[in-house]
Ligand binder design. Structure first.
Ligand SMILES: [Zn+2]
Length: 328
């Protein structure tokens, strides 16, 4: 099969028209109404909590505003106003090529919809996007950066094609060890990741609810696993839907970089905490990232002899991603 090349859009993009959603939050169980508005170049993705006082409403979708990563990614502004479970929406906006948007939300958590990014993708695609005046800048990974937290680890590597390799390992045999490698060529996000749903284990439901979490979770927005079986009557959307969802979460969290990354990310047992720590590590490591326009990138991809090198290195690193029995 011929190698597809990624689509390096030359300019920032926004939506053509606003799109509306209403739904309940996965953790809060509360209803939230949300409108995604087009926004000028340079805005980035901004959340606007229309249910709080003016002057405290804006929360920039930026890695520096991540305030909690225990179950989902929560963003907070310096006034302590927050918005939770941003990751699927953020992944959808990045996947649809939206650089600038204002997400007005009445409520503290992004609606779960079906537990994947696909409903957001469909809504954005229903209005389409348009190019804006400002050239888009890409965050090109120039040096290997790696981090680990407990049994989880992540490595970013230079590559001329953006992509992710994710592996997970759960004790429940309905999930088990799964690994996926996705190159973000045109259409790959929509076809391979966007519809993968969030998941949970029946045994965790009562303890989570008792502590005020997962209050909005249901079979409509979560794949529920119980002792080796999927409880949802419709079954899975992909045989390896679980690891694909982890890749989706990773891309949503990576979009908090504020620019699209160009490179490859390997992550074993990723969590929102690992993803967020990886961003901090990439930004703290000197010369790990270089910002380039699409025109610069064409030169970079053309002259980048590192593609073969990358494959060898990725292979070596991937060999380290071994299943560990009982790992979860
Ligand atoms: Zn998720």
């Amino acid at each position: 099969m011929p190698q597809q090349t990624p689509e390096y859009q030359t300019h920032e993009r926004t939506l053509n028209r606003p799109v509306h959603f209403v739904g309940i939050g996965l953790h809060s169980g509360r209803s939230a109404a949300m409108v995604i508005h087009p926004a000028p170049s340079g805005t980035g993705i901004q959340f606007e909590r229309v249910d709080v006082a003016p002057g405290k409403r804006i929360i920039q979708a930026h890695w520096s505003n991540v305030s909690d990563t225990r179950l989902c990614t929560v963003l907070s502004n310096p006034m302590g106003v927050s918005v939770a479970t941003v990751e699927h929406l953020m992944a959808a906006l990045a996947g649809c090529g939206v650089d600038n948007a204002v997400v007005q939300i009445r409520g503290s958590e992004v609606p779960a919809v079906d537990g994947s990014a696909m409903p957001f993708v469909r809504m954005v695609e229903s209005v389409g996007t348009r190019a804006q005046s400002r050239p888009r800048h890409y965050a090109v990974i120039r040096r290997t950066v790696e981090i680990s937290i407990g049994d989880s680890y992540a490595v970013v590597l230079p590559d001329s094609v953006p992509g992710v390799t994710v592996s997970i390992n759960f004790a429940d045999r309905a999930v088990g060890y799964q690994k996926c490698r996705i190159e973000l060529t045109p259409g790959a996000f929509n076809s391979d990741l966007a519809s993968a749903r969030t998941f949970g284990f029946l045994a965790d439901v009562q303890p989570m609810r008792a502590s005020g979490r997962a209050l909005g979770a249901s079979l409509d927005n979560t794949v529920l696993v119980n002792h080796g079986s999927v409880v949802n009557p419709e079954g899975l959307r992909f045989a390896d839907e679980f690891v694909r969802h982890k890749a989706l979460d990773l891309l949503g969290d990576m979009s908090l970089l504020g620019a699209r990354f160009v490179g490859h990310i390997l992550a074993h047992r990723p969590s929102h905490r690992l993803n967020s720590s990886l961003l901090v590590a990439m930004l703290s490591e000197q010369n790990a990232l270089e910002y380039m326009t699409a025109a610069d990138l064409l030169g970079y991809a053309g002259s980048h002899g590192g593609r073969t090198n990358f494959r060898r290195r990725a292979h070596t690193l991937a060999a380290l991603v071994n299943p560990v029995r009982g790992d979860r």
